[in-house]
Design a protein around this ligand. Structure first.
Ligand code: GAL
Length: 639
């Protein structure tokens, strides 16, 4: 990793708020830094460097509307309702990676503009004044005389620092970026099971009834989420329990724990005048309210301490295990319910800057309330250097293909994404969506506006239960993938181009992704009878039929989700437990695909942040392990 500072950067930048990194500075890099030119104008700083002819770019955060970025312009703006491929996103991040083996993070909270392939005239060629009557003719004619640049404009700033990361593949580059961000997060074991968020109007009894109905039907749910109805005032938030709906909140936490289920609470940060922390927070808040609530300046220690202290006293000390941090992305386009860019905060941040770090700072505040207890929670905005925060992004949007694309893009910027299931238009739609959900970073059903359970309404309980049980079978495998995320920065979910950066056929693969080191997942959406799947170099096996497949393009038809396993892998598959606790013992089937292969198994208490870990590398020859968590039941060889 290496830094380049141009001019005089602003003081309030993302690196100021990031955790300590786990990576070293280097002296030289592949990035064409000697070709970098820059200028400061009254509008800000602009820099540019020439691009290789075939170089392609990816990144910029959780992008739902686009994938490969060459010849696009991206503006880093946080927005709850991105409608086009402009850069707007729940979590827009000023970080991109190149297929030429480097990645650049622009250390700025401004709405940085990236022109990924801006043409400059580089040779004098005879001009032709012939009038062109086709698009091809119009734009192709001058190609040879032009060279393309990456042009980056940082508004307002008179200087900027670039962090440059390197690696042979995009995965290596992103891993280094994630290590610099403090390493990836490791969720608690229960976080990798299934989360179910209940109808917002449910009472305490109805929530408990729903939870117990899952247990009875052997539907493995390890976390229950409450939506706005649990609070006395929600837009903005009071953070006080609505006693009419929840007469004995403490008891609910205990009753759920008795069913081995954790509790997660919905909220957002805009603090209503009826909140017990309103007066105290006032001096540490911005000058423009949202929904009549304070916007806390979480970059200030006082604000974080007040917020975290209250959450600790009122919720986490009772056993609440996580929070859904809603609405922190803001939207200027649907209802204008956010603070403007011109808002002022006591730390000196303005609204534009706050928009690009609000989610990060909010996550930090809530983590403080959780102390040394791990969480796996949700958030709707994040930013640069986010990998270490155990929060998963989600959306109110609902296009299934966009949700799959977001699985591909999120992992390239240190983000995690949940393609949540809400309602299904049909049984097929519901099951297709749930298939994607169980093969993602967070398996979550968000029934916040559904009075009932989505699969009951569509008469497909058993099919849904099977998928949720399948998720439980994957937990040991996913736990190891997240352990590697924490230690090495390697993202657990990533597009094909990340590992196969030298293969241009992967540059357009925005509807299939890698999950851990073994799975290639290619979800299907309702209405699709078949789909094309691209299998990169190496051998692959169909996860369901064990059929061996050659690399290249395949047409797949299945009611199941197309999943493939890399040849030479050892996949640990657990018996589906009904819950995930400190005493959980996984009965493992080790599936050996082709020759060789080993798997990592990670054992710790599964809930504490800083706790010793025991690692086992198994190759299928072991009969038993000196482990309380893992028990090898069988080994299956698939040739
Ligand atoms: C939305 C959020 C939904 C749900 C809802 C409750 O902003 O994205 O998942 O929580 O608020 O009001």
């Amino acid at each position: 990793m290496y830094t380049i500072t141009l001019g005089t950067p602003e003081e309030l930048v993302p690196s100021r708020y990031k955790p300590e990194g786990k990576t070293e500075l280097t002296e030289s890099c592949k990035f064409p830094s000697e070709k970098l030119s820059w200028k400061v104008t009254p509008r800000g700083i602009t820099l540019e460097f020439p691009l290789g002819e075939t170089e392609e770019f990816f990144g910029f955060g959780l992008q739902m509307k686009g994938f490969a970025c060459r010849h696009t312009k991206k503006v880093i703006r946080s927005n709850a309702d991105p409608v086009a491929n402009t850069g707007d996103a729940h979590a827009a991040v000023p970080f991109f990676v190149s297929t030429a083996g480097y990645g650049v993070c622009v250390d700025s909270l401004r709405s940085v503009e990236f022109y990924c392939g801006y043409p400059h005239r580089c040779r004098e060629e005879e001009e032709s004044y012939e009038v062109k009557a086709s698009f091809e003719g119009l734009y192709d004619a001058k190609k040879t005389a032009w060279e393309e640049y990456m042009m980056i404009h940082v508004p307002v700033a008179k200087g900027v620092t670039l962090y440059v990361f390197e690696g042979d593949t995009i995965t290596d580059v992103v891993a280094e970026y994630n290590r610099f961000s403090g390493g990836g997060c490791l969720p608690p074991l229960w976080g990798l099971g299934n989360t179910y968020r209940c109808y917002t109007k449910y009472t305490q009894d109805q929530v408990l009834e729903t939870a117990c109905s899952f247990r009875k039907a052997k539907i493995p749910v390890s976390c229950i989420g409450l939506e706005p109805g649990w609070q006395t005032h929600t837009y903005s938030c009071s953070y006080r329990v609505n006693k009419e709906q929840f007469p004995n909140f403490k008891k609910l936490v205990g009753d759920l724990k008795a069913e081995h289920m954790e509790l997660n609470l919905w909220e957002h940060a805009f603090t209503h005048p009826s909140s017990p922390i309103y007066e105290e927070l006032k001096p540490c808040s911005g000058d423009v309210p949202v929904w009549n609530g304070l916007v806390p300046d979480f970059s200030l220690r006082e604000a974080t301490d007040i917020f975290a202290g209250y959450h600790e006293k009122s919720f986490t000390s009772l056993g609440v295990s996580g929070f859904k941090l809603d609405e922190c992305d803001g939207s200027d386009y649907t209802g204008s319910w956010t603070y403007p860019n011109s808002a002022q905060f006591p730390s000196g941040l303005d609204g534009e800057q706050m928009h690009n770090c609000f989610g990060i700072l909010y996550q930090q505040a809530v983590l403080k309330a959780l102390g040394n207890t791990r969480t796996y929670s949700q958030v709707r905005n994040s930013g640069a250097f986010a990998a270490s925060y155990p929060f998963v992004l989600y959306s109110d949007l609902y296009d299934h293909k966009d949700f799959i694309r977001a699985l591909c893009t999120s992992g390239l910027s240190g983000l995690l994404w949940c393609p949540e299931l809400r309602e299904g238009k049909s049984k097929e739609d519901l099951l297709r969506r749930l298939q994607t959900v169980v093969f993602s970073a967070l398996s979550m059903v968000n029934a916040w506006y559904i009075d009932g359970v989505p699969w009951e309404q569509l008469g497909c309980r058993e099919e849904a239960a099977e998928l949720l049980r399948l998720r439980m079978r994957l937990v040991p495998y996913l736990y190891s993938a997240f352990y590697l995320y924490r230690e090495t920065g390697k993202p657990p979910v990533r597009p094909l181009v990340a590992d196969y950066s030298g293969d241009p056929a992967t540059y357009r693969c925005d509807d299939q992704y890698l999950l851990g080191d073994v799975f290639l997942v290619a979800p299907m959406v309702a209405g699709e009878e078949e789909r094309k799947v691209y299998l990169p170099q190496g051998g692959w096996y169909d996860f369901w039929t064990n059929e061996k497949l050659e690399p290249g393009e395949h047409t797949v038809r299945t009611g199941n989700i197309p999943v493939f396993v890399k040849e030479g892998s050892l996949l640990p598959l657990a018996e589906p437990e009904s819950y995930l606790g400190e005493d959980t013992v996984f009965e493992l089937e080790l599936r050996k695909y082709g020759m060789g292969g080993s798997a990592l198994l990670v054992e710790d208490d599964g809930v504490t942040r800083n706790v010793p870990v025991t690692l086992f590398t198994v190759d299928g020859s072991e009969k038993e392990l000196p482990s309380k968590r893992y028990h090898i039941k069988s080994v299956t060889e698939i040739l």
